[in-house]
Design a protein. Sequence first.
Length: 254
Amino acid sequence: MNLRRSALAILLAASAVSPARAGMFDDEEARARIEALKRETTARFERMEATQRQQIEFANQLELVRQDMAKLRGQIEVLTYELESAQKRQKDFYVDLDDRLRKLETAAQEQHAKAAAGSPTATTSTPKVDPAEESRDYEAALTLLKGGKYRDAGNAFEGFVGKYPDSQFLASANYWAGSAFYQGRDYAKANNFFGKVASSWPNDARAPDAMLGLANAQADAGDAKAAKATLQSLLSKYPSSNAAQVAKQRLAKK
C-alpha cells in the first residue's frame, strides 16, 4: 500500500516539473533566435550603409570628372579661338605687308622707268619676259603663302626667282621665299633667302625684317651664336626700324 502511494507521488511530481522545464527551453530557443535576427539585421544595415557610402563616393568622383571635362572643354575652346585668331592675324599681316611693299615697288619701278628713259638704249641679249605671266606667277606663289601652304609657296617663290632673275619683284620674292621656308621649318633655305635679301638689297624696306627672319632661322636651327650676331648687326644697321626694337628686346633677354 505504501509502495503504491510512493509511486503515485513520484508520478505526480514528475508531471508537475516537466511543463516548467519545457517552458524554460522554449524561452532560451526564442532568445537565441531573436539574437540571431538582431545580428543578421545589424549586418544587413551595415552592408546597406557601406553600399550607400560607395554610391555617394562614386557620385562625388563622377561630379569631379564632369567638372574636369568642363574645364578641358573650356581650355580647348580658348586654344581653338587663340589659334584661329593667330592664323587670321598672320594672314592679315601678309596681306597688309604685301600691299605696302607693292606701293614701294611701284614707286621704285616708276623711278627706274624715268631713269631708263633719259639714258641711251643699250643692246642686251636678255630674253623678253611677259609681264602678265610674271605677275600671275608671283600672285600664285603669294596665294599659296596666304593659304598656309608654306612648302608649296617656298618652292613657288624659289622657282619664280630662278625664272625671273631681273624681275621687279625679285627682292619681294626672295623675302617671301625665306618667310615661307621658315614657316615650313626648312631653316637652311630660309637662312639662304633671308640672307640674300639682307646682303643684296640692304636699302630695301624688307631688309630689317629679312635680318630678323634670318636670326629666327638661325636660332631655330640651333645656332644661337649666329642668331645673336645677326640681331646685333640688325640693331646696328637699322636702329630705327621695328625689327630693331624686337632685336633689342631679344638681346636683353640673352
